[in-house]
Design a protein around this ligand. Structure first.
Ligand SMILES: *Cc1c(COP(=O)(O)O)cnc(C)c1O
Length: 379
């Protein structure tokens, strides 16, 4: 984060509620009781800041963590106490085995070259270095193909290696009725039978929230921990984690028939008071949230009242219709971009994307604060 850009204290403000992170982890841990509950920390903990999020989940009780890359693994290792286990979901990066060993990171081995390189490192160290085996049950992304399972089994048995875990990933967990969920569950169960006694993990947030059969020995929630909607078309039971506010720069009176912003895409149908707010696409507020004559933009809020974004989102600012507010915000007053009244999924729906992308787009041009509100009850 460029410190110089936020040193003045006049910019926007991102607040992460670590109390909500803890509550969300404990709520999911309750749902998946019987299985271990991990915490996915990839992409800077979905934009909330990896070190603080890692510590919050640890305090809540998490001991198993998932990152995507070796660098995230280094950051997680530095943030977490020693009694923690860190899996690298992207697997073993070529040549990176010594780094994983030094940082005590466990790759989710997904291909023969990854497995061979890891077993070589084990032989060199004369140690069964822990790792997971990742099988592809239909997403066609990372993972061994299922017909490779016997060869994988032969290879690990040949050197007496016992994997820490076997895992797979669901392609359609957010659509509970999708038939692919049943197919993948059946295929995964068949792989498990070839690795008797090895703990298994299948479920992301949606997988764990929709079906108990997905839990096995470990669940791997991400988005739900950060307050996002995991399952399409259902009420989201998680606590919001992130608040983002940005200051009003000025109020602009715009007359009926005048247009607002680049491209002159939205023409006023009444005399309008616009708050010009210091939040733009360079701050992670996507251009897909823009308003135009033929479709509404997203909303932000002032004093708890939703106000529509008018015209195109610029790099550094947006126009917000504040005409109907009981009290006009003055320059320097904060507009809620994300928070109690406007959630990440509200923006996601307008931008035709998912809450994951809204969260992971949060940038560093505003100050970051961590607060611990409503801490969970002890025990
Ligand atoms: C990102 C990821 C998760 C977490 O997914 P959410 O939908 O955010 O809960 C779990 N497993 C794997 C393999 C992932 O890549």
């Amino acid at each position: 984060m460029p410190v110089s850009a936020i040193a003045s204290g006049y910019s926007g403000r991102l607040t992460v509620n670590t109390g909500a992170l803890k509550r969300n982890w404990q709520a999911l841990d309750k749902v998946s009781r019987g299985a271990l509950t991990g915490a996915v920390l990839k992409a800077d903990a979905y934009g909330t800041g990896l070190p603080a999020a890692a510590k919050a989940f640890y305090e809540a009780g998490a001991r198993f963590f998932f990152v995507a890359t070796p660098d995230e693994g280094i950051a997680a290792r530095a943030a977490l106490p020693q009694d923690t286990h860190i899996f690298v979901l992207n697997g073993l990066y070529p040549g990176a085995a010594p780094l994983y060993v030094g940082e005590r990171l466990m790759p989710c081995l997904a291909s023969m070259p990854m497995l061979e390189e890891w077993l070589e490192a084990c032989l060199e160290k004369n140690q069964a270095l822990p790792a997971a085996l990742h099988f592809d049950t239909g997403i066609n992304r990372l993972g061994f193909r299922l017909n490779e399972a016997p060869a994988v089994k032969r290879l690990v048995d040949g050197v007496g290696y016992q994997p820490q875990m076997i895992m797979s990933h669901l392609a359609c967990a957010d659509i509970p009725g999708h038939e692919k969920n049943r197919t993948q569950l059946a295929l995964f169960t068949a792989v498990m039978a070839q690795f008797p006694g090895v703990p298994a993990s299948l479920a992301n947030s949606a997988g764990l929230m929709t079906a108990r059969e997905n839990h096995f020995q470990m669940v791997r929630p991400g988005i739900a921990l950060y307050g996002g909607r995991a399952v399409a078309g259902r009420r989201n039971p998680m606590s919001p984690v992130v608040t983002l506010e940005a200051p009003v720069l000025m109020i602009k009176e715009v007359k009926t028939g005048e247009s607002v912003g680049y491209g002159a895409l939205q023409t006023m149908v009444r005399d309008t008071r616009l708050a010009i707010v210091a939040m733009g696409y360079a701050d992670g507020f996507s251009r897909a949230l823009s308003g135009a004559n033929n479709h509404r933009g997203t909303y932000v809020a002032f004093g708890g009242v939703p106000c529509p974004v008018i015209g195109r989102v610029s790099m550094d600012m947006i126009g917000v219709d504040v005409t109907d507010l009981p009290r006009l915000p003055g320059p320097g007053e904060m507009i809620e971009i994300l928070g109690a009244h406007i959630g990440i999924d509200d923006h996601a729906d307008v931008a035709k994307t998912i809450g994951y992308e809204i969260l992971t787009s949060l940038k560093g041009r505003y100050t970051r604060h961590y607060v611990d509100l409503n801490p969970p009850a002890a025990g």
